[in-house]
Design a protein around this ligand. Structure first.
Ligand code: Z5A
Ligand code: MG
Length: 330
């Protein structure tokens, strides 16, 4: 009985001890004092190994933020304390160690992550650019064309003026209300955060989202105000953790071509000075993976490029790729 339990727990020191004990019993010449000393040594070694294994298993897997890992770790130690005589058995059972048990568990986790990564999903396609570059025109055309070719797609716009936060933003943009610049920046970001969960759900459900403006506009317009304290890094902070687009179409339009598309409207940011600054910040934000589309051309010419780039992104996401989020500092 004792030997079977020891093998189950795979504790080498106890197994050796047990085998030696049974030999000694057979010989009928047990030296009782020495056996007791060996037993104590064996238990000490086993406990040390168990504690080390437990710490090794719990700590690195304990979730970066500290919440999950800390809770898990402390609740385990609480239960070990309260289960009294069973605590030793609980500790021994946790590693379930054949050799390399901890590594096996890590690879199980890795496998689960890999499986999640391989999930097919919809693409997040974003249009960004200065005023009148044709974002709304192209985004609408793209959604129509994707849906017609059997790719379920939706058009999203930011700011989303339909939500409670969006209505406050609309009042601000239309100069019906005034507010602090930092708080407005955070409201624009909150307008994205309030739809983050829905965005993730839709993408994971296979819906392609074509989005007209997003956090890049948020950073560009607030930074363009050139206010002390509201620099690019500060502006990026409120976007950290939001879903990152799979494909960004930056609609590049010259000032001359933009002027030909009609004058400015009545909204707050529609001034020459503001638009010039926004253009500069966008140039500064630009990254290698952006698709820069020449938006000076006709609607049809631009549309041809947009469709090709978008369909590649849709295919990539359909094959399976993990959702990305904005990392600190981006
Ligand atoms: N904002 C912010 O501050 N912070 C944030 O976080 C966010 C936004 C998300 C409202 O944005 C404001 O909110 C915006 C930034 C700020 N401020 N400004 N200024 P909005 O997206 O609602 O703004 P909009 O009213 O849609 O304008 P727009 O985006 O600047 O325009 P567009 O969508 O790029 O262009 P369009 O509407 O497709 O086309 C404009 C005209 O040109 C139209 O008559 C078309 O028929 C014509 N057009 C389009 N393409 C062509 C071509 N290729 N050739 C000729 N004519 C064309
Ligand atoms: Mg627009």
């Amino acid at each position: 009985m004792r030997k079977a339990r020891v093998e189950l727990n795979s504790r080498v020191p106890l197994t050796l001890y047990s085998e030696r004990c049974s030999r000694e019993n057979k010989n009928g010449s047990a030296r009782k004092g020495e056996r007791e000393a060996q037993r104590e040594r064996a238990i000490t070694t086993t406990t040390t190994t168990t504690v080390f294994s437990s710490a090794f298993l719990i700590r690195p897997r304990g979730c970066g933020g500290g919440g999950g890992g800390g809770a898990s770790s402390s609740s385990k130690s609480r239960s070990e304390k309260t289960t009294g005589g069973h605590s030793g058995r609980r500790k021994q059972r946790r590693p379930r160690a054949k050799s390399g048990g901890a590594e096996e568990r890590y690879s199980e986790l890795d496998d689960a992550k890999m499986a999640a990564k391989s999930l097919s999903r919809g693409a997040f396609i974003l249009f960004e650019g200065v005023d009148r570059c044709g974002k709304t025109t192209q985004a609408s055309k793209l959604v129509d064309s994707l849906n017609q070719s059997g790719i379920t797609s939706e058009l999203w716009r930011y700011p989303d003026r339909t939500t409670t936060i969006g209505k406050m933003i609309d009042d601000y943009l239309q100069c019906r209300a005034d507010s602090d610049d930092a708080s407005m920046h955070l409201l624009f970001a909150a307008n994205r955060w309030e739809k983050k969960k829905l965005m993730e759900e839709k993408l994971k459900a296979g819906v392609t989202l074509v989005v007209d403006r997003y956090g890049y506009s948020g950073v560009a317009f607030t930074t363009a105000k050139r206010l002390p304290g509201l620099d690019q890094q500060w502006c990026k902070h409120s976007e950290t953790g939001l879903v990152k687009p799979d494909c960004l179409m930056y609609m590049e339009i010259s000032e001359e071509a933009a002027k030909k598309r009609g004058g400015f409207g009545e909204e707050r940011y529609e001034t020459t000075e503001m638009q010039k600054n926004v253009r500069e910040v966008f140039a500064d934000l630009r990254e290698d993976w952006w698709n820069v589309v020449d938006a000076d051309r006709t609607i049809e010419e631009v549309e041809k490029d947009v469709q090709k780039i978008a369909k590649e992104a849709v295919e990539r996401c359909k094959k399976g790729t993990e959702l990305q989020h904005f990392k600190p500092g981006w």
